[in-house]
Design a binder for this molecule. Structure first.
Ligand code: GDP
Ligand code: ZN
Length: 461
């Protein structure tokens, strides 16, 4: 494919000592060559691929020095975009990087749109759509584990599985064709039905397995929205502090947001907890009293995880009982705090109320029990699969929606075979499933969808 040459700053704004201006396209090397003056008059035009060159950028108009630079020359197709790529490393600082970018634009490059480098990699066949989306996830990854999921996806783990499923469907479709072409052979029809059911069930199961990982995948990507509830003085703020202090808090740096609406993430053994911000219901004292059981249920329902704190050194009150009532059926960890003080709580009753929940005892004052709490959090969301680092997760909303749709069409196909629907109708459902799965890896995606997807990327990626 033929594209113009694009350029952008590809390192985070204002961060680090080095900043990179990246160019991609047929003119990438000639444009850089116009500006570059290497030691001993070396020209970038003559440079071998994948080499780095020290020198200065000069404005060709007046020979004014723009920057002292290191320039990497990488010739396609062995580059991220499959096009010729030049990376100009400069001394950071927003002013100097911008100066370099401005000159590159002045001498023939066009400013890249957000995500355009990745889009090119996709359009040039270097990566498939799910891999491109993974690049975006990587940029936003909140914990190492989330990063690994994205990395796995970028390496094509999901794509590989999807391709395999599509291949299975194609094989069945080929058999169906034979059946339609040679209807006079009875046993062909019988075999086709058997094979259809077999493969359709196999594909169905694999899709379902993938969908089951989606909850975890989504949590890894977006964080687990967490609310701490309990009546006044039980230790909610102490719990919040200890979670934030023991675990590296990840503050997302979204431009344009002010400090008080920034969400706080803490990384609990690879599970990113998104502690709902102050405007939300991070700490809900008297929530039940204030808005009633039903309303508070609605509010808390938005949360993925409820940490319900009660006081070991105090009797259970009606308010405590109310809270247990409100959180019924949700993912709850009950925390019995202040175990360093004499017991007044009826633990038998607490166990009874916590039957469907996990329960830990803590003394936040003496810093005891927090490990057990973290263990409970991580086991709640990686039940049994904590070590399964090479699992294929689905975390992307678009992928989940498509998988749900294809589950539907494959079900139609299975039902069709079982109820004796004409085989060419079943064929349509199978074909539709094949098409849908193709949308995940971008084999049959509409152009505007592609534009929309890539526009979500950061600039310079
Ligand atoms: P909140 O009102 O639920 O947010 O409770 P706080 O976290 O503000 O704690 C209320 C009081 O209990 C503070 O004085 C804390 O220092 C104290 N506190 C918290 N956890 C413990 C604990 O485990 N043991 C004891 N003895 N005091 C605690
Ligand atoms: Zn408090």
């Amino acid at each position: 494919m033929e594209f113009d040459t694009i350029a952008a700053i590809s390192t985070p704004m204002g961060e680090g000592a080095i900043a990179i201006v990246r160019l991609s396209g047929d003119e990438a090397i000639p444009i850089a060559d116009k500006l570059f003056k290497g030691v001993g008059g070396k020209r970038l035009k003559d440079a071998a691929s994948h080499t780095i060159h020290y020198g200065h950028l000069l404005d060709p108009k007046n020979d004014e020095v723009i920057e002292e630079v290191m320039v990497s020359v990488m010739k396609g197709p062995k580059t991220f975009t499959k096009e010729d790529v030049v990376e100009i490393n400069c001394h950071g600082g927003i002013v100097s990087v911008n100066r370099v970018l401005q000159h590159v634009l002045k001498y023939g490059a066009r400013l890249a749109e957000p995500g355009e480098f990745t889009k090119r990699a996709f359009l040039n066949g270097r990566i498939d759509l799910s891999q491109a989306e993974a690049v975006m996830d990587l940029i936003r990854a909140k914990t190492d584990r989330a990063m690994n999921v994205a990395l796995g996806q970028m390496e094509g783990r999901l794509s590989k599985l999807i391709r395999k499923l599509r291949q299975e469907i194609l094989e069945v479709l080929a058999h169906v064709e034979v059946n339609i072409d040679y209807p006079e052979y009875d046993d062909v029809e019988e075999m086709t039905h058997k094979l259809l059911l077999e493969k359709a069930h196999f594909v169905r199961e694999e899709i379902q397995k993938l969908l089951q990982t989606s909850q975890q995948g989504k949590i890894l990507r977006e964080g687990l929205s967490t609310v701490i509830v309990g009546r006044p003085n039980v230790g909610k703020s102490s719990l919040l502090n200890s979670l934030v202090h023991e675990n590296k808090a990840i503050v997302t740096d979204i431009p344009g947001t002010t400090r008080d609406v920034i969400e706080e993430y803490v990384n609990v053994r690879g599970v990113p907890l998104r502690l709902l911000d102050t405007a939300g219901i991070r700490e809900t004292e008297d929530i039940v009293e204030r808005i009633g059981v039903e309303r508070s249920r609605q509010v808390l329902k938005e949360a993925d995880l409820i940490l319900l704190v009660v006081n070991y050194s105090d009797q259970l009150t009606a308010e405590d009982e109310n809270l247990f009532e409100v959180v019924k059926g949700m993912d709850v960890i009950v925390i019995v705090n202040k175990t360093d003080l004499p017991q007044k709580i009826d633990m038998e009753r607490v166990h009874e109320l916590s039957k469907e929940h996990k329960l830990v005892t803590t003394s936040l004052l003496e810093d005891r029990g927090v490990d057990a709490l973290e263990e409970a959090i991580s086991s709640l969301f990686f039940a049994g699969s904590l070590e399964a680092g090479d699992m294929t997760y689905v975390s992307n909303t678009r992928h989940i929606a498509i998988l749900n749709q294809s589950l539907h069409t494959i079900d139609d196909a299975i039902q069709g075979v079982e109820t004796g629907v004409p085989i060419d109708i079943v064929q349509i459902d199978m074909t539709r499933t094949w098409e849908l799965l193709g949308e995940i890896i971008g084999d049959s995606v509409h152009e505007s969808l592609i534009d929309q997807l890539f526009s979500q990327f950061c600039l310079g990626k």
